[in-house]
Design a protein around this ligand. Structure first.
Ligand code: G3P
Ligand code: MG
Length: 211
C-alpha cells in the first residue's frame, strides 16, 4: 500500500535527461543530485513479462536496436541498455518519489502489468512514494493499492472515464483552469526548475519538469 507523497514535489521528466540519456539509471541518479524530489519514467513490458523503462513503443530512437519493445525479451533489452523497473526503483533514495507512467501492457493484460509492477513495489514499501500514471484508463482501473494519476494531453478535454476515480489529474499547465475540483493536480512539463517552482507556488500538488 502506498500513499500520496507528503509534500508537493518536483519530478525530473524521464530523469535528468539534459545530463544523461532519458529513462536511464544515470539520468535518475542525476535527478536526485540536482535536487529533484524524484523522477518520472515510462514503462512497457518485455516479451517475457518484465517491466522495462523506455518511452517509445520502438527501440529505434533511444537504443541501437530496432523493432517493438514488447517483441524483445528482457535479456535482449538489457543488452541494448534499457533498464528494468526493478533497477530504477533501486535508484530512488529513502523518501524519494517515483512516478511510473504505464505506457502499455502488450503482449499481456492490464492486470498482469499491475501485478508485475506491484510485486516490485513491495520491496520498497514504507521507504519511497509511488504514483502510477497513464493516458490509458484501462491500465489504471486495475490498481487499488497505489495513488493513481490520469494523464491528459494538452489538447484533450479533461473528462473522466467511467469506472475510474484517479487521485490526481496529470495535465498541461495551460489546462489548469479547466481542471475539475476534488483531485490532486500534477502539471507537466515545466521547461526548467524556476518554472516548476513557480507552478508549485500556484498551489498544485506536483510538477514534472525538464532537468
Ligand atoms: O507523465 C508526463 C509525461 O511524461 C507524459 O508524456 O510522452 O513524455 O510520456 P510523455
Ligand atoms: Mg512519460
Amino acid at each position: 500500500m502506498y500513499n500520496w507523497p507528503l509534500k508537493p514535489f518536483i519530478l525530473a521528466h524521464r530523469g535528468a535527461r539534459s545530463l544523461a540519456p532519458e529513462n536511464t539509471l544515470a539520468a535518475f541518479q542525476k535527478a536526485f543530485e540536482l535536487g529533484a524530489d524524484g523522477f518520472e519514467c515510462d514503462v512497457f513490458l518485455s516479451s517475457d513479462g518484465v517491466p522495462v523503462i523506455i518511452h517509445d513503443e520502438t527501440l529505434n530512437r533511444t537504443t541501437v536496436g530496432i523493432g517493438t519493445v514488447w517483441d524483445q525479451d528482457s535479456d535482449k533489452l538489457r543488452q541494448l541498455g534499457v533498464p528494468t523497473l526493478e533497477e530504477a526503483l533501486d535508484t530512488v533514495p529513502d523518501r524519494g518519489v517515483i512516478n511510473i507512467e504505464l505506457k502499455g501492457c502488450l503482449p499481456y493484460s492490464p492486470q498482469y502489468l499491475a501485478d508485475q509492477v506491484s510485486l516490485l513495489l513491495t520491496a520498497h514499501e514504507n521507504r519511497i512514494s509511488v504514483i502510477i500514471s497513464s493516458f490509458e484508463p484501462e491500465l489504471l482501473k486495475v490498481w487499488h493499492d497505489c495513488p493513481i494519476g490520469l494523464l491528459f494531453e494538452a489538447d484533450q478535454p479533461i473528462k473522466l472515464p467511467e469506472g475510474l476515480q484517479p487521485d490526481s489529474l496529470n495535465i498541461d499547465h495551460a489546462c489548469l483552469a479547466q481542471a475539475p475540483a476534488g483531485f490532486k493536480i500534477v502539471l507537466w512539463t515545466a521547461n526548467n526548475l524556476d518554472t516548476a517552482r513557480a507552478w508549485l507556488a500556484q498551489g498544485v500538488d506536483g510538477v514534472i519538469a525538464e532537468f
